[in-house]
Design a protein around this ligand. Structure first.
Ligand code: PSU
Ligand code: MN
Length: 307
């Protein structure tokens, strides 16, 4: 593995060297997905959730053109306050490197860097997917094609409810990306535990999930797995209530002519405004919950080397 392009925190480097379980964390959620200071508090508490469950957290970002695996408190703070941080996916990752820019990594870019570092498990909030009105915009997140080709499993609370969930699931199936729903018969809808869509594959334990990952990568089959973890019940938004709010946010996005990489951050922040911060509390709770599950899966996978 060529590590010359990567910068590691000491903790993550030692953890990887000694074969300890490591969980990758993304930084777009910090720089573009939540307001300050909740974004920074969340970055810290998500790392804490990983540690509490026996793994080492590695928050991934690009800092002045270097791919960073494991961020210090100061680096997390920089990502959370600076308004000039790029939003990086597969297409613009090289641009950040060559122009020595600082950028937050989406699910797609985080998977790429985690893979280079040899980290197989990654916790996020909700992956990107097929946007509503896709027939007009053709907006389909590069997170989906990344899951098809990069060997990293992503724990998320399904796909963001602002998206077209059934179409996103169909594309993942076409791309051969397995979707495992954790402890539920229904695929979760980010802010809501239920989506009305039956889970294709339900598993109830981290060891069962680790066994599935091993089976896939042992074949070997290229690509990731989406592990859909419903938000804890106390933070659940009833689906119908959330749907009205999303429609309102989508209408505002249309009026403001927001599209492309700005649409997801715009909608998340509108929804937080409309719900007076309640959706933000739910978002924070679900990321922490995903980090805890990801750590348990990483612990279970530890005995097996996949490289
Ligand atoms: N989950 C959250 N908040 C976020 C995201 C995920 O709770 O902000 C980010 C992820 O980084 C994901 C990105 O990759 O949103 C999707 O962006 P787009 O729709 O532009 O592909
Ligand atoms: Mn997009």
């Amino acid at each position: 593995m060529d590590h010359s392009k990567l910068s590691f925190s000491k903790e993550v480097q030692e953890a990887l060297r000694s074969g300890m379980p490591v969980v990758a964390l993304e930084s777009t959620i910090i720089a573009h997905g939540m307001p300050y200071p909740q974004n920074l508090e969340t970055a810290f508490s998500v790392e804490h959730a990983v540690r509490k469950n026996g793994a080492v957290p590695a928050t991934i970002a690009v800092l002045e053109g270097r791919m960073q695996v494991g961020c210090s408190s100061e680096q997390l703070e920089e990502l959370s306050v600076s308004g000039k941080v790029m939003k990086l996916s597969r297409w613009n990752l090289p641009l950040a490197l060559v122009s020595k820019k600082t950028g937050a990594t989406t699910v797609a870019a985080t998977m790429i860097i985690a893979d280079l570092a040899g980290i197989r498990i990654f916790a996020s909030g909700g992956i990107g997917g097929v946007h509503r009105m896709v027939e007009k915009s053709m907006d389909i997140s590069a997170d989906l094609t990344e899951l098809a080709q990069t060997n990293v499993a992503v724990v998320a609370s399904g796909v963001k409810a602002i998206l077209d969930i059934p179409k996103t699931i169909e594309i993942l199936e076409t791309l051969g990306v397995p979707i495992i729903t954790f402890g539920s018969d229904e695929f979760p809808a980010f802010y809501s535990r239920s989506s009305g869509i039956k889970a294709a594959l339900r598993m109830n334990s981290a060891s069962e999930i680790a066994g599935f990952l091993r089976a896939k990568w042992d074949i070997p089959l290229k690509g990731g797995v989406l592990i859909a973890n419903p938000v804890p019940a106390v933070f659940n938004f009833p689906g119908k209530e959330m749907e009205k709010i999303i429609k309102q946010a989508l209408a505002e996005a249309k009026n403001a002519d927001v599209y492309g990489k700005d649409i997801t951050p715009f909608l998340l922040s509108k929804i937080a405004d409309i719900t007076e911060g309640k959706s933000l509390d739910t978002n924070i709770a679900l990321v922490k919950n995903n980090a805890a599950l990801a750590a348990s899966i990483a612990v279970n996978l530890r005995s097996e080397k996949t490289e």
